[in-house]
Design a protein around this ligand. Structure first.
Ligand SMILES: [Zn+2]
Length: 414
């Protein structure tokens, strides 16, 4: 066991339990080597302390995208070059880490696999990235830029289009080959022009994806809007459900029984609401369907989160932020605040730390425990009493691996 070299002192939320006074010692290799409750027992040590600090596990956003785009605009997401997306995402990576996010899960983009590698190799500063590489979608499905001829849309997309179980299996293998560490599948469209979101891919196709993903040792997560798609992904055996719009009590019960994580991504819908002029560019949500859309969204961010909570679902924090003007990376903690309104601060923090780590398959992060990675965020104030104390302006220190960032000092440098 490595010995502690530096210590943080303060209030501790360890991912599950709260200690009003305690300390965390981290080794020079970036491992948590000591955690204690009560008065600090050592003398003559390298201690980082301050008035009214709370030490939390590093935050996790289980659903986001490094699109490197300025707008919530499907055309821009598809048309942007991988190079520009990568360059802009280097800044997003840094902003995420300085805001206390030590792990993010990118569910489809042109650059996340490369960002993940560059971060591990120390070329860029940012959170640990779990990356799906290409997402999987059916031809003509969600995020297919249908104004383009199919061949062009396919070539530009951050999704692999796959139709039929064997193409689905092959698409999973391609994602694994390119270095993907999670499989993301679109099991429905977004907001359809009709009365209900259209399911995408059959249960047979979804099962093929889940089985091949699991055979390769990675988790499979599904974008699902609408009851039909939700039932399909439960039948297929996915590990988590993204958005989960259209949740009913019956479906929540099925999700609970199956042990599937539920990631409501409330913040992206609020961001979209502020961005409606842009969304008018999308022909599929013009006119009548807009009314339907806001009703669906309003129900999702109020009633459905209550259904999920009351059913005892494993609710996990994910923003679906893409780094656009209204969904900037670094502002992701807004989702923790939104969750807190329904779950309370401690559960909202759990949703972004220990439970999120379980959901994304991290064995050694999301808790403040001996032997875990020294992924920590230290905030000014008591986030357990005032959840706004997880916003980036409350962040004082971030520890990620063997590095400790003094955020005030970094901001002063600028
Ligand atoms: Zn997404």
């Amino acid at each position: 066991m490595a010995s502690a070299e530096r210590y943080f002192k303060g209030r501790i939320f360890d991912g599950k339990d709260i200690f009003e006074e305690g300390w965390v010692g981290i080794s020079k290799e970036g491992i948590i080597a000591e955690v204690g409750e009560g008065k600090f027992p050592h003398t003559g040590q390298d201690i980082i302390e301050g008035k009214d600090l709370t030490i939390l596990p590093g935050l996790i956003d289980a659903h986001m995208h490094f699109f490197g785009c300025r707008y919530e605009d499907i055309a821009e997401w598809n048309l942007i070059s991988g190079e520009l997306a990568s360059i802009r995402s280097v800044t997003d990576m840094r902003n995420l880490l300085m805001a206390g996010f030590t792990t993010v899960r990118d569910l489809g983009s042109k650059t996340a696999i490369h960002l993940a590698q560059a971060e591990i190799e120390g070329d860029i500063t940012g959170p640990n990235v779990i990356a799906s590489g290409h997402s999987l979608a059916q031809t003509g499905g969600n995020d297919d830029l249908k104004i383009l001829p199919l061949d062009m849309a396919k070539a530009l997309s951050y999704s692999y289009y796959c139709d039929g179980p064997w193409e689905c299996v092959s698409a999973v293998r391609k994602v694994i080959r390119e270095g993907g560490t999670v499989i993301k599948v679109y099991a429905s469209g977004g907001f359809a022009a009709g009365n209900r979101p259209l399911p995408n891919l059959t249960v047979e196709e979804l099962k093929a994806i889940v089985d091949e993903g699991h055979r390769s040792g990675v988790k499979v997560t599904a974008h699902a809007y609408g009851e039909e798609a939700l039932n399909n992904v439960i039948d297929a055996g996915v590990d988590s459900i993204e958005h989960g719009i259209g949740l009913t009590e019956d479906i929540a019960e099925r999700i609970r029984k199956a042990g599937i994580y539920y990631i409501p991504t409330m913040s992206v819908y609020m961001a979209e609401k502020d961005n409606q002029g842009r969304l008018d560019l999308l022909p599929r949500i013009r006119g009548k369907s807009r009314v339907n859309r806001s009703e669906i969204v309003n129900r999702h961010v109020t009633k459905e989160i209550e259904i999920a909570r009351d059913a005892g679902l494993k609710i996990v924090m994910g923003t679906d932020f893409v780094g656009a003007e209204n969904s900037r990376h670094g502002d992701n903690a807004i989702e923790i605040e939104r969750l807190s309104r329904y779950l309370g601060p401690a559960k909202a923090l759990t949703a972004s730390t220990s439970l999120a780590a379980e959901c994304v398959g991290l064995q050694n992060s999301g808790r403040i425990k001996n032997g875990y990675s020294a992924d920590l965020v230290v905030v000014k104030g008591n986030s357990l009493k005032d959840i706004r104390r997880v916003r980036k302006d409350a962040v004082k220190y971030v520890a990620h691996g063997s590095r400790i960032f003094d955020i005030d000092a970094i901001n002063q440098m600028v």
